[in-house]
Design a protein around this ligand. Sequence first.
Ligand code: T1G
Length: 693
Amino acid sequence: MSDVSYDLEGQIAVITVDNPPVNALSRAVRDGIRQAFSRFEADDAAGIAVILGAGRLFIGGADISEFGKPPHPPSLPDVINGIEAAAKPVVAAIHGTALGGGLEVALGAHYRLAMPGATLGLPEVKLGILPGAGGTQRLPRLIGTEAALRMITGGTPIAAEQALENGLIDRIGTGEDLRAAALDYAGFLLDEGAAPRPVGALPRPDAAPIDAWRKTLEKSARGEVAPLTALCAIDAATRHDIREGLAEERRLFMHLMETPQRSGLIHAFFSERAVAKLPEIKGIAPRAIRHIGVIGGGTMGAGIATNALLSGLSVTLIERDAQSAEKARGTITGILDAAVSRGMLDAPGREAILTQRLQAGAGYDALKDTDLVIEAVFENMDVKKDVFAKLDAVMRPGAILATNTSYLDIDEIAASTSRPADVIGLHFFSPAHIMKLLEVVVAQETAPDVVATAFALAKKLGKTAVRAGVCDGFIGNRILSHYRTAADHMVLDGASPYRIDAALKDFGFAMGPYQVSDLAGLDIGYATRQRKAAKAHPKDRAPTFADALYHKGRLGQKTGRGYYIYDAGDRRGRHDPEIEAIVAEARAQEGTNPREFDDDEIVRRYMAAMVNEGARVVEEGIAMRPLDVDMVFLYGYGFPRWRGGPMHYADTVGLDTILADIRRFAETDDHFWTPAPLLERLVVEGRSFASLN
Ligand code: T1G
């Protein structure tokens, strides 16, 4: 029972789960718990049992790394049913967090205590599954159908105080010592002569909230199967006694375990942890970052500054003059006020930030004590070099000079300073205080501890950092440019932008490419095309319909009209009857004969372009692994999380299928559709992108 220990404290059996780092319910732990409870049942000296976790939390859930492998007994439901059937009372003492199977273990106990600050949750739907060890049957019996539906179909944990209020736990422990609090409560129950109190024996929960909740989920859980399936399991609890209900829950759980959505969401779970594991920074200590500088108080600069301030850092923001600096302070104040109104920040916190942690001015010498500076000035190489020359002159030795450029050559910027090893790219995504993705762009000379510092800073800022190499667009925008071109080609060949957007929203994207253009601004795309025009290939097909919209001043949401018309207050937009004529004009200019595109072809072309360029980005080392590309698209480009990212999606479709599509598309355009060598090699070798992770 190495992972589970049993000791007797007076008449109290203390069963401790100790399986670092999160006490996951591995096969050994399940077996250890089962043996510990057999010993408890047989131990006449023990009148009550306490189960608790060693380390920083109670139990973090089933062992996700076992998913997809053959199950090994004892199953978690059997272990938990054994706890509930104990002839003597059992207390679960929770600290840190009890998640998934961990909370289900606590639901199998007869009494529950949680320490202050503990959280309790059933996040299984976030992994594409449902609580499969009694959670959907016991939780609604304990806290009611509505509260259980909210916890299970949303997957968001609740705090101990809320759990006390809704009946999930019986007591909040006092003091800091978990074991003392647990023994105190167990002793109290023993003195009270408390008997076993199986949750499964409670009356069936009320079915009334089910139908309304189903309607809500059918809209909000768009495309995801787990939340609605979890609702079916809870519905079964309202109609069956515990035994039949558990059987139905198991059937539904096993069904979800087989879905590609479970595979996609588990891939996302492990990838968001793997993405920060880089050989180049293993064991490298990051530099301390407490006070940062931000150059430029526009949308990006103000967003970056706000993100840093809300993460506890001090910020010195520099603009070209005092008036601009004050304007930037105003922008930041506005974002903080919105955070206060949303309850994300309290008034004293806002005050402290604005009076103590934010300085805004025009003089670079105010940066001399900062640990790192991020410039977010105009995207022009001469402007950047001028800024870096000033930074190089005032920043202390060891300070880090970062650029937020989205495409300029960071090697060139670094070479213009006396300290290229301290130069790195930190590419934020707008709005910078909300978007979680941060591309950490590593230049040739960037020192490993500067890379490590960037990843440590990202964690502090609550970002998901992905390492990128230097190229035009790094990982995300470079691939975006490619699949956007595939979409534009479909429009030139006959597809409606609206049909393309609809098909990709049905695929699961938050927005289609033309909705994204309207959001970002059509001037951004126009400027990018102008910038790249010098290197255009004669066979490149220009999206002249996009240029036409730009020249008409239709820049998207910011002008109220782009591909869609945005009436006051309506951000969703409606179709513009003039678009058809504008697109027809572009087709006529090219001399193309428009044809129909169905949703299937739209998705295949869009995804083949995305995957093909993703393969090139991995092959060139711009992305370390395919999972890095997946993380960029899950966190920065609205790719549906339950599909795991473009490269994971390609594995589920089959790389041979993707390659066959590309070869078929190349029959009519072998310039744009050139298979990436890595993709061809993996198909020949019968390997997947996952094999490179
Ligand atoms: N199984 C296996 N490994 C896990 C794990 C788990 N449940 N949870 C975390 N890890 C690994 C993680 O990959 C990382 O590994 C290390 O532990 C530290 O994790 C029947 C079937 C618990 C809040 O969804 O939310 O129960 O990178 O960096 O920030 O109904 O981990 O070090 O090699 O995240 O302190 C339901 C998932 C499972 C909880 C701790 N449970 N975990 O956060 O550490 S399904 C969950 C978390 C289930 C039952 C069903 C967090 C955490 P490495 P970490 P952390």
